[in-house]
Design a binder for this molecule. Structure first.
Ligand code: HEC
Ligand code: HEC
Ligand code: HEC
Ligand code: HEC
Length: 430
């Protein structure tokens, strides 16, 4: 993993299961929470994640890691049916051993089952899916085991399903006990329950019935340090498949965990081509099915120039006017992203013109512009307030957001003073 910034390493600790003669080392890699992100979105300057980059990282990990290997995907595959086939294909290429489904995945089991089945991916969920499987579909198994190099690893997943918390604790304890009795030296529980509920759940499980590793799905961007808590090794999964955790077990009975953001390094070229192909089809579909930008009418900046020339000029050099160019240069020009990055798309789901004024425009923030254009002196436009900004500047997409600082930049431009890019404070982790 030379080229990846490994962030966090946990000290070596004794392995509960103990060593056994004749067995080599075991390494487990846990990634996932793909959500809909085939590749990194890059919002807020955090260019982490992406299936093709994770694939390259795992290839390197395989080459550099001796002994048995098991790869677990922490589910949450996403909600977009049109992306499932490409995601499943990529997961198959990653040689994922087990996909630990989230509640959302199980609700979509009827769509997911055939796709994942076709790629021979096992799925696991601890609590029953919200609905029974559709006719002809397999039941989702409660646990999976993977055998490699003399090791047997049991994998379970927990999410808020139909079970009450007390029953969930029994189910976890029971599941772990069964897997251990079945010969598993290591049991991994993937939790989609959130940190608090997971901790209180584990507290209800007797120490000898707890899993070896708890992989917690989080809603944060940053790989958090693996931690030992009550004899269980916690590893944290960043959202949008931005992190990768690995845990090394040695036959003489120790374990070491690392977590990193999938932030730098090469892309797997085959996967990259599949993803390119996916976006190319999306783009073709949009351009044949949609009206053109010219058919979407709203007051564009050109309509303001005659009276607010300096404001328009300052806006044209502002980040908001570059928002589509940013996507074109640094990401993909796709529907999932345009809604916040372009006004034509926000209004009508239509791609903006190839050049000229586009991005976040006057009409994104100022309402009642038609009336204002008819009677500029008497009819004043409205402007977005803080909440209006934060519909796009979410915690996820704008991690450095500070309302006052950002507002000064916007209002400065509206008053005709060109604004430089805001200097961003160093990213904080946690
Ligand atoms: C024909 C001239 C004219 C055009 C065209 C025009 N405006 Fe104005 N605008 C004015 C005048 C005059 C004012 C009032 C200035 C003042 O009160 O000092 C104003 C004020 C505003 C204000 C401030 C409102 C407030 O509460 O003080 C905004 C915002 C604004 N215009 C936006 C726009 C936008 C966006 C466009 C283009 C879609 C536009 N204007 C086009 C003349 C124009
Ligand atoms: C429709 C979505 C949307 C709304 C509403 C919106 N923004 Fe933005 N904003 C963006 C996007 C997208 C970018 C990034 C553009 C880029 O970098 O290409 C951005 C960038 C910015 C920047 C530039 C930051 C930098 O690094 O220089 C500032 C400042 C800003 N917004 C302030 C605001 C304020 C203040 C409001 C509310 C008055 C607001 N925005 C409303 C989408 C929005
Ligand atoms: C919910 C609204 C929203 C969506 C959806 C969204 N963005 Fe953004 N994006 C923003 C905002 C707001 C910013 C400005 C962040 C800042 O400067 O604080 C931004 C900034 C960016 C930047 C510039 C980051 C920088 O620091 O220069 C890139 C690149 C980007 N987005 C890519 C994407 C991609 C790719 C997608 C789709 C996968 C996407 N965005 C979807 C709101 C959004
Ligand atoms: C990201 C949101 C946003 C965009 C984009 C935006 N404005 Fe504004 N504008 C504001 C806000 C917020 C204010 C302050 C409103 C207030 O003070 O109540 C403002 C104020 C103004 C004012 C009054 C300035 C003053 O204090 O004298 C004018 C004029 C104006 N905008 C015109 C424009 C024009 C023209 C465009 C497009 C070229 C534009 N704005 C784009 C959010 C925006």
């Amino acid at each position: 993993m030379r080229r990846c910034a490994w962030l966090l390493v946990l000290a070596t600790v004794p392995l509960l299961a103990g060593g056994q003669p004749g067995r080599g080392d075991l390494s487990i890699a846990i990634g996932g929470l793909c959500q809909d992100y085939l590749e990194a979105c890059g919002c807020g300057g955090r260019n982490a994640g992406g299936l093709a980059r994770r694939a390259a990282m795992l290839t390197q990990w395989r080459a550099e890691t001796p002994g048995a290997k098991v790869i677990i995907e922490a589910g949450d595959i996403g909600q977009r049916t049109d992306r499932l086939p490409v995601i499943a294909r990529c997961l198959a290429r990653l040689s994922v051993d087990v996909v630990a489904l989230s509640a959302q995945d199980c609700e979509d089991w009827s769509k997911l089952g055939p796709v994942l089945g076709a790629h021979l991916l096992a799925s696991t969920c601890l609590t029953p899916p919200v609905g029974p499987p559709a006719a002809g579909q397999p039941e989702v198994p409660a646990a999976r085991t993977v055998e490699s190099g003399g090791w047997k690893v049991g994998i379970m997943a927990a999410f808020a399903g139909r079970l009450a918390e007390a029953d969930l604790a029994d189910a976890v304890g029971g599941g772990v006990t069964r897997l251990r009795a079945d010969g598993c030296q290591v049991v991994v529980l993937v939790s989609h329950l959130g940190s608090e509920l997971t901790a209180s759940l584990l507290a209800k499980v007797p120490a000898d019935r707890r899993p070896t590793v708890l992989a917690l799905a989080t809603d944060s961007d940053f790989a958090e340090s693996p931690a030992e808590r009550d004899g269980v090794l916690w590893v944290y999964q960043a959202r949008r498949a931005r992190s990768l955790s690995t845990i090394d077990f040695t036959a003489d009975g120790s374990r070491t965990a690392r977590a990193a953001l999938v932030e730098e390094g090469p892309h797997d070229p085959v996967m990259e081509a599949w993803i390119d192909e996916y976006y190319r089809r999306v783009r073709d579909g949009e351009s044949t099915a949609s009206p053109t930008a010219a058919q979407v009418t709203f007051p564009r900046p050109a309509a303001c120039v005659s009276c607010h020339g300096r404001a328009v000029n300052a806006w044209r050099t502002h980040a908001h006017a570059q928002a589509v160019t940013t996507l074109e240069q640094r990401a993909r020009d796709v529907a999932g992203c345009m809604g916040c990055h372009d006004e034509t798309f926000r209004r009508a789901g239509v791609r903006p013109p190839a050049s000229g004024d586009r991005g976040v425009q006057c009409a994104t923030c100022h309402d009642k512009l038609e009336a204002h254009l008819k009677a500029p002196r008497t009819s004043k436009p409205t402007a977005r307030d803080k909440a209006g900004c934060e519909s796009c500047h979410t915690t996820e997409n704008s991690p450095h957001w500070e309302y006052q600082r950002y507002r000064e930049s916007v209002v400065g431009a509206c008053q005709g003073r060109p604004q430089p890019r805001l200097a961003q404070p160093p990213a904080t982790r946690g």
